[in-house]
Design a protein around this ligand. Structure first.
Ligand code: SF4
Ligand code: SF4
Length: 302
């Protein structure tokens, strides 16, 4: 950690404030820009995009559809229209290349809520909380699919905070506020990175889509790491960092291959040693065979 105890302070000193927040700022532009494109229609009558994150039509031409919603719909017994199938193919193609969970960091509006909770946890030193398996999200994903098949309805979408927040922002929040507040308080007080990191089936679904995606974060300069731990503290999925950052001695390459990495780029931002960068999943050879010793803290990360 930076000498004054503030996460990312060394990175600000080394790269300047903008350099140490570049990917965070770009993500907020992306998340808010996507929301603005959806809102400008109902609010100002400028219909660039019609619909919501489940299904949208851009400029009356480009269909985009959420494959997770479509899968639930098919299991519920509905027949997909051609435009929806085209929209799903485009979305799957994009996230299969870009990293499935890039959806979580770059498009999902709930990410801004959970990022705020994580930031407040760090700022006010809120420790502890419930610990449960990160695999829980896959069980919930499976449960929602079974629920759709058993009920004949896309039942989960009535409760899904991602869908509720997006629909609420466009058409009016109603009871969605309570659900979003519950997610925020859950992450703040009950479980760190609880919703996105452990429970959300949308993130679980996109992590499956992005398992072999080309765009990855890479610890190309890992031999420069000074074990400050800042990247582990800000990462919503810290377990994905250690193999790439500290695995040279075990013959593990520097590419973060774990599909639960959200490609958020925050580890790139906060590292004063410029260890990380975006790249492709190829060239994952062990170039440096002189890894620094792992700290006990690194060894104990989840
Ligand atoms: S890669 Fe090393 S130097 Fe960079 S933030 Fe992580 S622990 Fe610190
Ligand atoms: S490893 Fe880096 S890019 Fe991936 S989730 Fe963690 S902070 Fe974000």
């Amino acid at each position: 950690m930076s000498p004054n105890g503030k996460i990312g302070a060394d990175a600000v000193l080394a790269k300047g404030w903008l350099g140490a927040h570049k990917w965070l700022l770009l993500r907020r532009v992306s998340q808010l820009g996507i929301l603005a494109l959806f809102l400008i229609g109902p609010w100002a009558g400028i219909w660039i995009v019609k619909g919501n994150l489940a299904y949208s039509l851009t400029l009356d031409t480009l269909p985009l559809a959420d494959p997770y919603v479509l899968l639930q719909s098919l299991l519920a017994g509905h027949v997909a229209e051609k435009l929806a199938l085209v929209g799903v193919a485009i979305v799957i193609g994009f996230y299969a290349l870009a990293g499935g969970r890039a959806y979580c960091a770059w498009a999902c509006p709930v990410n801004m809520v959970t990022d705020l909770a994580a930031s407040l946890r760090r700022r006010f030193g809120i420790k502890g909380g419930a610990r449960f398996s990160r695999a829980t999200r896959y069980w919930i994903l499976a449960m929602t699919l079974v629920l759709a098949a058993a009920s004949g309805a896309i039942a989960w979408e009535m409760l899904n905070p991602v869908s509720m927040l997006h629909r609420g922002l466009i058409f009016g929040m109603g009871t969605a506020w309570a659900v979003i507040l519950a997610v925020f308080l859950f992450d703040l007080f009950v479980s760190p990175d609880g919703w996105c990191g452990h429970l959300c089936p949308v993130g679980a679904f996109y992590s499956l889509i992005g398992k072999t995606s080309l765009v990855r974060v890479k610890a190309a300069q890992r031999s420069a790491c000074n074990d400050c731990m800042d990247c582990f503290v800000v990462c919503p999925e810290p377990q994905v960092i250690k193999p790439a950052l500290k695995g040279a001695g075990k013959g593990i390459g520097p590419v973060i291959t774990a599909s639960n990495c959200t490609n958020c780029g925050r580890c790139i931002d906060v590292c004063s040693k410029q260890v990380f960068g975006f790249g492709l999943r190829f060239n994952n050879k062990v170039a440096d065979n002189a890894p620094r010793g792992e700290t006990a803290a690194l060894g104990n990360r989840p």
